[in-house]
Design a protein around this ligand. Structure first.
Ligand code: SF4
Ligand code: SF4
Length: 326
């Protein structure tokens, strides 16, 4: 049962006559570095171009999804909090990094890494008072996610956001207890930041053709949270697990995306040549199907236990190829 008996997104004015193209707002085709702008995830605000469709998406949820969303909001209530008055000195940032990565795992992080914020990771209307991002990823229950694009999978998405947000909150509280300002960020609606590019730089995985992060451990069947902090840290390195090698040859998500939003060629987006999903095609479908996520689940990397072997195979194939051409 849904919260409201709403018309399908196809009948909405925002669907038929879209506002300014989300691709334009996202900076598709722009070769220079420019700060990202908000376009869809609005968290109660209505001053973004596609905020109306986002409101429709939120209102068309089921009670089960809403309950999970309330739980994860509850988990995020301590994303900010009191900072201990006495600040612990950090003479060795590398040692502190290792300690916090271990703590993150102890608090329940599946994968975890650290990078430094750049302007590209923060929306243009936000001045973030933090230097480092600790990126966390946790898997979703695959048996639930195989129900995409229906409510059962969307409920699991919200549950997973709550779980990974709770890890970030615990880690943020721990760092604040050492006297360093820290904030925990949960799902896209609650953020000032772009979590995927941060997680890529922190070494959690690589960007796939479907626009989502792919990790060796969980493929794309995962959700992210981030801890933003000023405690001195060392960054972890990005990884190459072979995602581009497979995405160049594979067309699974391109074929299975109902509105054909996924393209086979990388594009310029705000100064980076990368995979990009057509916002104007994806988001209306996404908004009328509980967040869709078909591309995430059909991706071969998302099959449990497959990523490690797949990565090994792709990298050794690349090595063999480069040796044979030398
Ligand atoms: S389904 Fe294939 S092309 Fe799409 S992201 Fe996954 S590996 Fe890449
Ligand atoms: S979420 Fe759905 S509509 Fe959007 S790119 Fe993925 S498969 Fe296509």
């Amino acid at each position: 049962m849904k919260l409201y008996d709403l018309p399908s997104a196809e009948n909405l004015p925002a669907f038929q006559t879209p506002p300014i193209s989300g691709n334009k707002t996202n900076g598709r085709g722009i070769k220079e570095k420019v700060r990202p702008r908000r376009v869809y995830h609005s968290l109660g605000r209505n001053d973004f171009p596609w905020a109306g469709l986002n409101a429709f998406f939120l209102m068309s949820n089921t009670w089960g999804i809403l309950l999970e969303a309330i739980k994860y909001r509850w988990n995020l209530r301590k994303s900010l909090g009191p900072v201990a008055r006495v600040q612990e000195a950090v003479p060795d940032p590398q040692k502190m990094t290792e300690h916090l990565l271990e703590k993150g795992k102890e608090f329940g992080a599946g994968v975890i890494g650290i990078t430094a914020f750049t302007d590209d990771d923060v929306y243009g209307d936000v001045e973030l008072p933090y230097r480092y991002a600790i990126c966390i990823g946790n898997p979703m229950r695959r048996e639930e996610m195989l129900h995409v694009p229906h409510a059962r999978a969307a409920q699991e998405v919200q549950r997973s956001y709550g779980e990974v947000a709770a890890v970030a909150v615990r880690l943020a509280e721990y760092i604040r207890s050492k006297g360093w300002a820290t904030c925990a960020y949960g799902d896209p609606r609650s953020t000032d930041i772009l979590q995927i590019p941060l997680a890529v730089r922190a070494g959690l995985g690589q960007l796939g053709k479907h626009g989502s992060l792919i990790s060796r451990e969980y493929g794309s069947n995962m959700r992210l949270s981030t801890v933003a902090t000023n405690i001195p840290l060392a960054v972890t390195e990005p990884v190459d697990i072979g995602v581009d090698d497979l995405c160049t040859a594979c067309r699974r998500c391109t074929r299975d995306c109902p509105p054909s939003a996924i393209t086979d060629k990388k594009q310029w987006v705000r100064g980076v040549h990368r995979w990009y999903v057509d916002f104007d095609k994806c988001v209306p479908y996404f908004s009328s199907t509980y967040g869709c996520a078909i591309c995430v689940e059909v991706c071969p990397w998302s099959e449990p236990g497959r990523g490690l072997k797949l990565s090994e195979k792709l990298l050794s194939k690349r090595n063999r190829k480069s040796h044979s051409t030398q």
